[in-house]
Design a protein. Structure first.
Length: 322
């Protein structure tokens, strides 16, 4: 709270590139939406990736660690006036910045009433702020789960508030090994999102434990510090910022592998849908997918965007983020 509420005033105050958004080109709809977000909101933003999944119209979205509200205001435009976005953050100063600009953005977007709200609270205790079971279509998070000691509690709560067939789409920082005690107790490295980074293999075991599908890696990029003192403390522990998607797949949707054909109906992705690091679906092309991906596509909000048939070859093993 102190680091993000007082010490950091702008993105340039960061000491590593862990909390800086990937430079990959954004879809035009996202670029246009970003231009309509208030300058103060953007300048107080510390995310490590892009957490804007596809096919969002009319969805209910929860942003864990929403900070100044940049991603919420982006998503507000993409879900439309009939959708809703809730942001929750533990830092009072960040929540104040986000709330201060609700009226500005609703007028800018031409909405009759707000479709965003911001709450102060903890992402591992969503019930404390009244968030009910199975109340959101999508949960997003941008470079904040590393700041929470109990990652298992965060994923468990995200799974609880997601509707069946919902998705958790999130960017965070991962370590090549479990960070040693000196790293974990370093105040600046905590604030810079490195000391609390999850060992990447632990994400897979925790996701399975709480009931999610196997994590689908979307993108990953290495993190550098550029600070000799911090590099000395980190030693041979390496870090990446990575985006994953997890799905809450009903047991009834699980079957064997399948053959899927993308219909090209998602705005901005008419010719191809880059679903994750393993699967890019081109319009009209038949793709063999494993049983888990078939279940995800069959049960999620993407179901009507694909023609899905049972059968198909076994696919290659999934990539990991390191």
């Amino acid at each position: 709270q102190d680091y993000y509420g007082k010490e950091l005033q702008k993105s340039k105050d960061l000491k590593t590139n862990a909390c800086i958004t990937s430079s990959r080109r954004l879809p035009k709809a996202v670029r246009d939406a970003l231009e309509r977000v208030h300058d103060e909101v953007v300048s107080r933003y510390y995310g490590c990736g892009l957490v804007i999944p596809e096919r969002l119209a009319a969805c209910r979205i929860l942003d864990l660690g929403s900070g100044s509200g940049r991603d919420c205001y982006l998503l507000s435009q993409l879900v439309g006036e009939h959708g809703h976005v809730t942001g929750i953050d533990m830092t009072e100063g960040q929540v104040e910045v986000a709330k201060r600009h609700i009226a500005y953005h609703m007028e800018k977007f031409g909405y009759q009433k707000p479709n965003v709200e911001f709450l102060q609270g903890y992402m591992e205790k969503l019930g404390d702020v009244g968030l009910a079971d199975e109340s959101y279509d999508i949960v997003i998070s941008n470079c904040v789960i590393n700041l929470v000691p109990d990652k298992r509690a965060v994923l468990r709560e995200a799974h609880r508030v997601l509707k069946p067939r919902g998705e958790m789409y999130f960017s965070d920082v991962y370590a090549s090994q479990r960070p040693h005690e000196t790293i974990q107790k370093h105040r600046v490295l905590w604030g810079e999102c490195l000391a609390g980074a999850l060992y990447w293999r632990d994400l897979y075991s925790i996701a399975e434990e709480v009931g999610f599908s196997t994590p689908c890696l979307v993108t990953a990029s290495p993190i550098t510090t550029g600070d000799k003192e911090l590099e000395g403390i980190l030693g041979d522990c390496r870090f990446v910022s990575a985006t994953f998607r997890l799905f809450k797949v009903p047991e009834s949707s699980r079957a064997g592998p399948g053959q899927v054909t993308y219909k090209g109906g998602i705005v901005g992705h008419e010719q191809e849908l880059v679903f994750d690091a393993n699967f890019t679906f081109k319009k009209g092309e038949v793709v063999d997918v494993d049983a888990e991906m078939a279940a995800i596509l069959r049960s999620s909000r993407f179901a009507e965007e694909f023609q899905i048939r049972d059968g198909g070859a076994k696919t290659a093993a999934p990539q990991d983020c390191c």
